[in-house]
Design a protein around this ligand. Sequence first.
Ligand SMILES: C[S@@+](CC[C@H](N)C(=O)[O-])C[C@H]1O[C@@H](n2cnc3c(N)ncnc32)[C@H](O)[C@@H]1O
Length: 242
Amino acid sequence: MSHPGSPTAFEALVDVYDAARPRYPAALYDALPDLSGRVLELGAGTGIATRELAQRAGFLVSTDLGPKMLGRLHELSPDVPVAVCRSEALPFADGSFDVVCGAQMWHWVDRAVAIPEVVRVLRPGGVLALWWNEVDADGLPWWDAQQDRLEAGNPRYRRGYRAYDYGAELAPHVRDVQTWSTSWQRELDWPTYEQWLRSKSYVQALDDVEASVAAERASLAEAFPDGRIVEPFRVSLWKATT
Ligand SMILES: C[S@@+](CC[C@H](N)C(=O)[O-])C[C@H]1O[C@@H](n2cnc3c(N)ncnc32)[C@H](O)[C@@H]1O
């Protein structure tokens, strides 16, 4: 599965990313494995999930390959230890963690390398927990039209590019894989939606970002005349036990 953006694109997007990315619903955190022990977070970005994990984890370390993303995380969560590193080469000893978490990030990694690396740093019986928010709006005219425009503007972008059976890929390396998901939605105004659009690596990869943003603005103004954009999501979680 190729990715339609660049993994380092987020480094220039720290402000819009942290302001406008969807959060994860409380039900997701309730569905995570027991976090009372040692927890490692991969691809932590600006710390959207970190801020919730820190309240629940016994001991949390957060990592990311991007120093600017991780710098924002450190500003907002100064008590959480951080390490700039790739998930494919973790600077931790074998069996160091009870749980490894990754929010909206596993599709970026070279999983052939990262899977054995994560299994290495987990203790036997430890859990890798990976989750993603996906806009769950297929069939809604504003969403379908937006996806048509994005696919036309970025030949590497395909709607549903994150739809992938991560469980089947993990299964040969672990004892058990479980999945969980739930629906939720958020309501946001155009300025926040615009930041959310601009925080997407595949939007930044378009030839004409400004024309794309203008097209979305017109389309959403028509779909949501009161200015309150309703965005439905599905959050999906994979839990792999070593
Ligand atoms: C979509 S963001 C998710 C950030 C955060 N987890 C969240 O939920 O908002 C993906 C993050 O993965 C990081 N990333 C991409 N490839 C990575 C890799 N190979 N190893 C570690 N982090 C990576 C990026 O720098 C970025 O911060």
